[in-house]
Design a protein around this ligand. Structure first.
Ligand code: 5AD
Ligand code: SF4
Length: 443
């Protein structure tokens, strides 16, 4: 029996894709290997969003090449595949810098994997590269998605039409496509029947979802959330990542009406300066963003927000940066992801004048992160003493310790028997740091 090993870089969509790729390989009679060195097939699912992520891939590939050579010396074949966004953007670089790679598939073609592998296993040849944006949807050709976890991702939308000037996603994942309602519901029901309690709907621009319903009518995310809400046994729903300008009134209302919808929303703002937002080609101002947050809060006063920020975008002045800090003070995000602007070849911002020095980017990031972390810590500390429902997802570092998530996506550690894994259990929060909580089982 052949063994496979998948290494995933980047976003939650890649985690989902890797899970689906594993499903393809399981269906082909393969088995997951515990480590790369024991695998006949090694797949890297890659991220191109920032330069660092891409460089990491090439250094990791070097190590994998060594494994391939060592196994070859022992008479064993190792096939290496690279999939995901780097392939779409840098297929020639992969062929040049890593010629030992056997196949490379863009994010929209991995359903073609079975054919490619059959060919490869019988008659290795030249590197196969497939970066087409195919007419067919990969989701229609994948084996059913299975999960033995209490918490599952479910991709409902892929690609992006927003073309923010810094971002590679519209070029790597293509334009927006939405899966039909029927297929999403079928996948959700299957996951719930297999024990999933929480579903996190995924899409690069998830709230611009526009899938067809059973009668051929286009429906939005709010409609889909109401349909998912009807699934017995499903206890928690999340969706990510949303685009502020596409937050509709009926989506806001969902946060009042749907109790299964968790009180946590990731809503990237990127910057608090209108000049920078305009240069980024974002379709919202800082004031409009704050208004959306206010309306969401009105719908559910318990909502907590998280966001993405980019510092050092071309042309960003000290004043612009201060506006970002101001916006953070106004919202008080409970979690956030912040990055130095990374110049991505082929995107409009890469050629803009006013590129910011690395030193300044570093300083701004450090100031911003200090502020963001202080709000995160404040929120976590305010949780101490509360008893909250926690979905235990993984074993902790210590024996008898489990790690789970609160409704606000906080990591929580508690001493708990492993039979509580994949269950929602009430936990009294005892301690908090910036990144995690600890507590005691309360039931
Ligand atoms: N440089 C830095 N950060 C970026 N992001 C996207 N593209 C870039 C880039 N070129 C960030 C944005 C986005 C998150 C997923 O990654 O903040 O929301
Ligand atoms: Fe990239 Fe902007 Fe689309 Fe997000 S909305 S994926 S940042 S282009």
């Amino acid at each position: 029996m052949k063994k496979y090993y998948i290494k995933t870089f980047g976003c939650q969509m890649n985690v989902y894709d890797s899970h689906r790729i594993a499903g393809i390989l399981d269906n082909m009679g393969m088995q997951e290997a515990a480590a790369a060195g024991q695998a006949d097939l090694i797949i890297f699912n890659t991220c191109h969003i920032r330069e660092k992520a891409t460089e990491k891939l090439f250094s990791d590939l070097g190590r994998i090449h060594q494994i391939k050579q060592e196994r070859a010396a022992a008479g064993k074949n190792t096939f290496i595949g690279v999939v995901g966004c780097v392939v779409q953007a840098e297929d020639e670089q992969i062929a040049k810098r890593a010629p030992f790679v056997d196949f490379a598939l863009g994010p929209l073609t991995y359903h073609r994997l079975p054919k490619i592998l059959e060919n490869l296993f019988c008659c290795q040849g030249q590197t196969i590269i497939d970066t087409e944006f195919p007419a067919e949807s990969k989701f229609d050709f994948l084996p059913e998605n299975h999960s033995n976890s209490g918490c599952s991702f479910l991709a409902i939308q892929e690609g992006c039409n927003n073309f923010c000037t810094y971002c590679v996603v519209p070029y790597t994942r293509g334009i927006e496509t939405s899966r039909p309602i029927k297929n999403v519901l079928a996948e959700a029901r299957r996951l719930v029947n297999e024990g999933t309690l929480e579903i996190n709907l995924l899409g690069q621009n998830v709230n611009s979802y526009h899938g067809e319903d059973e009668h051929g009518k286009e429906r939005n995310l709010a409609y889909l959330l109401h349909r998912l809400n009807e699934i017995d046994g499903l206890q928690r729903i999340r969706y990510t990542t949303s685009y502020p300008a596409d937050v509709t009134d009926d989506l806001i209302a969902c946060h009042r009406e749907i109790k299964k919808l968790m009180p946590y929303l990731h809503l990237p703002v990127q910057s608090g300066s209108d000049a920078v937002l305009k240069a980024m080609n974002r379709r919202h101002t800082a004031a409009q963003y704050l208004d959306i947050i206010a309306r969401l809060k009105e719908a559910n006063p318990d909502l907590g927000f998280s966001s993405d920020f980019i510092v050092g975008f071309p042309g960003e002045t000290d004043k612009d940066f201060e506006k970002t800090l101001n916006l953070v003070d106004q919202v008080g995000f409970i979690q956030a992801f912040s990055f130095k602007y990374s110049r991505r070849p082929g995107t409009p911002a890469a050629d803009m004048s006013g590129q910011i020095e690395e030193k300044i980017k570093k300083e701004r990031l450090s100031i911003l992160q200090d502020k963001l972390f202080s709000y995160q810590l404040k929120f976590n500390l305010a949780s101490v003493g509360k008893t909250v429902p926690v979905l235990f997802e993984t074993k902790g570092r210590h024996p008898k310790q489990l790690c789970g998530r609160t409704p606000y996506m906080q990591n929580l550690y508690a001493e708990a028997d492993k039979n509580l894994l994949n269950k929602i259990i009430r936990v009294k929060i005892k301690n908090a740091t910036t990144n995690a909580l600890s507590g005691e089982i309360a039931e």
